[in-house]
Design a binder for this molecule. Structure first.
Ligand SMILES: [Zn+2]
Length: 113
């Protein structure tokens, strides 16, 4: 998933929300992105700035939080939160890991006035 497509879908949600709540201006957006979306927060912010121009979200602050994915070790079956796409099983040190989740993004909060 690329930053631009995330921002494009995010803008649609923001416009909808702004319309529904009769918001004049969006001042801050909290966004959680899954670990495996592999987005670069700085690229995301730059994209957002571009897309937000001329909308109610123009000049809003974008706060990006990366959320861990769920990892499972294929050797010992241990499950743990993965905080990096490249890590080892904390139980046995195995490298054969399966990651689930972490491919989504979601808006966790909108500040508006
Ligand atoms: Zn293991």
């Amino acid at each position: 998933m690329h930053e631009a497509s995330i921002v494009a879908s995010m803008m649609r949600i923001l416009e909808d929300e702004a319309h529904r709540h009769h918001v004049e201006r969006i001042t801050r957006v909290n966004l959680s992105v899954g670990l495996f979306t592999a987005v670069e927060p700085r690229t995301l912010e730059a994209c957002f700035e571009l897309y937000a121009e001329g909308t109610k979200a123009e000049g809003a602050e974008l706060v990006v939080t990366t959320v861990p994915a769920r990892g499972r070790c294929l050797d010992c079956g241990h499950e743990f939160p993965m905080t990096s796409p490249r890590c080892r099983c904390p139980e046995c040190g195995g490298l054969r890991l399966e990651g689930t989740g972490g491919r989504d993004f979601c808006i966790t909060g909108i500040d508006a006035r």
